[in-house]
Design a protein. Sequence first.
Length: 461
Amino acid sequence: MTTPQRVPLAVPLPVPGARPFPDGFRWGTATAAYQIEGAVEEDGRGRSIWDTFVRTPGAMLVEGDADVACDHYHRYREDVALMRDLGATTYRFSISWPRIFPDGTGRPNSRGLDFYRRLVDALLEAGIAPYATLYHWDLPQTLEDGGGWRTRSTVDAFGDYAGYVAEQLGDRVEHFFTINEFSNIVDNGYGTGAMAPGLKLDRAAVNQVRHHVVLAHGTALNAIRAAHPGAKVGLAENVNVPVPLSDRPEDVRAACNALRDLNAGYLTVMMEGRYPDAFLEREGAAAPVHTDDELAVIGAPMDFLGVNIYRAAAYVRAAEDPDGYESAAFAGTHPHAASWHLISPESMYWGPVLLNHVWTPASIYITENGCNSLSGADGHPLDDTDRVTFLRSYLGELQRACADGAPVAGYFHWSVMDNFEWIAAYANRYGLYHVDYETQERTAKLSAGYFREVATRNAVV
Ligand code: GCO
């Protein structure tokens, strides 16, 4: 028998931790109420537009509902322990509006609020800072029946709800996100109809919905500050990130132009308090009806910016006009995870860097990033090598953005565990933990171990 010999190395091995994140950087995961909680009829919860949508014939791409989902409503303690095992120091979750106000307005339901008190207490006990999102798509059905985001009254109802939650949870929660992913709510909910409430309105009506949703953000921000002056408030937007095709200053400049333009009706108006002229011209008679007072509310300064970054929106380069940009089409062979999810790790560098160039936010959080991995297909449900490589490349780019001065304060991975993926139901799996939906057993995947290494070393490994 021969004894294995240690291979002599001429060059030293890499040093883990050589690519550090800033001191105090926060590591966590993100979820949304409807995607994990289940218990849809418990403790006085009202119905939301998603309860309706999942039961609408032909609405879902893959049949399924979230009546049980991950049963997190009952298993939250176990789930907080999973987060602690990941080395997480923070957690972003959403509050279900119809648990707090079953009909959207009126009398609050204290049993609904108690659930979030218990959850937050468990997080704090585990040393995990709670970041609460007030709206992750579950509009109370009663409000939709009265016109939903088409009406100004829903904006006011959202402000009242946000202020009430901040007042009630302000002793335990410091950080609030108003609204998650504006364009999904507006363009998919009311434009293409692909998501709840599944309407296909004309362009002018969609623009008015858009205006109401950005106005709801500012209204909620002011209400939260009034109810809880110590609160820190921002939003969580799936910002369209343009990636310059080279580092040449003229291409980067073009990418800055593209950032403002590609987000004109959303982040740009919320950061600048006015709709860009190019947007108003483009929309013409269909442009949203608005007032200067509303723009002042929409543009209220935030304490931080939350951005969900999964992919580049476009690859761009300089145009002849120095205020413009040119986009290149994605190649048909561009690698992807889920069909919409073109893999583009450099978006995690250019997102924060361009946001910093254009708007200099006080701080930025990556409020979502992750990928679908169907590691179960070959009988190894826990070997999600694609998610590990995804994380390693995206986090490498994020570290580079921090090193180049982008003020990124934390990263929330989507998601802690597999969950209800909207119209795809349970067909996609985004978790660091695998969920067996028959038994509700959670099991760590390879990526959970990788995440733990990164979080505990505060460095790319
Ligand atoms: C979002 C999210 C999540 C999704 C995730 C994966 O804010 O977009 O919708 O709810 O599950 O993005 O698609």
